[in-house]
Design a protein around this ligand. Structure first.
Ligand code: CP
Ligand code: NVA
Length: 309
């Protein structure tokens, strides 16, 4: 049985569950079938931080499945005046059939999950972005035309940049699916030990190869190069320092020279051209990057169908 909530990729507890979810996402994309399954049901979309893709893809997904998205801008709610997460969770559970939250603190989403009787979906925290990486794996499968998740093992995925929420979720999904993932970040911004420790419950069985390094040469022969902003939401005070530290980790034509000749570039977006990725590479690789954004819709539909009963 599925977990009640999707707070972390680890809530999709095994490979089969993720495979089924991805299968559903592809089915929804190829059939363009808009079911009526959520008629009369409402999804709360609660955002403490800005969002384009997550907000819109979840809203459209809910509408196209027959349900209604309800926008709950955090500052317009009583929690902005001190109402507790406990009370808010109890009340929202009486109205809604599911709640997608984008929050600064992962602990707050855990707290909502604890007190909500409805499914709670993590739409990004400082710790994880599980909905994003489902769309990312879907995109890699689509663009490399791999028919099975097992065939993904041959693809060398390199994430370069900040070891943030995206990197953490990528590591988690790679551990469960048995993928070949290298995370390249400056020493000061490397993947935390607790994140690597968590993978150990899967890697002996799935034989995932997860490498962490500060050496950009590890992008050699990469089939996928994935990056994200150097300064995530909530870290703006570190912007100047980060720009300096991450400069050698930019996705540019020099880096792509050492990657495989058919390497694709992914970016979860929003992108800052001239920082983590150059304008020319954004332009050259826009097919993969915008397919990745498009796939959020189908991955999010599959998530809703998986969790909302
Ligand atoms: N990739 C992503 O989550 O985009 P938004 O911040 O626009 O939702
Ligand atoms: N790491 C980025 C992802 C944005 C989708 C952030 O948290 O701001």
């Amino acid at each position: 049985m599925a977990n009640k909530d999707l707070l972390s990729i680890y809530d999709l507890s095994n490979k089969e569950e993720i495979k089924n979810l991805l299968k559903k996402a592809f089915e929804l994309k190829s059939k363009k079938k808009y079911l009526d399954i959520f008629r009369g049901k409402c999804l709360g979309i609660m955002l403490e931080k800005p969002s384009t893709r997550t907000m819109v893809s979840f809203a459209v997904a809910m509408a196209q499945l027959g349900g209604t998205p309800i926008f709950l801008t955090a500052e317009k709610m009583q929690c902005s005046r001190g109402e507790s997460i406990y009370d808010t969770s109890k009340v929202l559970s009486k109205y809604l059939n599911g709640l997608m939250i984008r929050a600064f603190k992962h602990e707050d989403v855990l707290e909502f999950s604890k007190h909500c009787s409805i499914p709670v979906i993590n739409g990004l925290t400082d710790y994880e972005h599980p909905c994003q990486v489902l769309a990312d794996i879907m995109t890699v499968m689509e663009l490399f035309k791999t028919k099975t998740v097992e065939a993904l093992k041959k693809i060398k995925i390199v994430y370069i940049g900040d070891s943030n929420n995206i990197a953490n979720s990528l590591i988690a999904i790679s551990a469960i699916l048995g993928l070949d993932l290298t995370v390249i970040s400056p020493l000061e911004y490397q993947v935390k030990n607790e994140i690597l420790k968590q993978t150990l419950q899967y890697t002996p069985k799935t034989r995932a190869e997860i490498k962490v390094t500060s050496d950009v040469n590890y992008a050699k022969n990469a089939d996928v190069i994935y990056t994200d902003v150097w300064t995530s939401m909530g870290f703006d005070s570190e912007k100047v320092k980060r720009k300096k530290m991450f400069a050698p980790y930019q996705v540019n034509s020099e880096l792509l020279k050492i990657a495989s000749s058919n390497c694709i570039v992914l970016h979860c977006l929003p992108a800052l051209r001239g920082e983590e990725i150059t304008s020319d590479i954004m332009k050259k690789c826009e097919n993969s990057i915008f397919t990745q954004a498009e796939n959020r819709l189908y991955a999010q539909k599959a998530v809703l169908l998986h969790f909302i009963k």
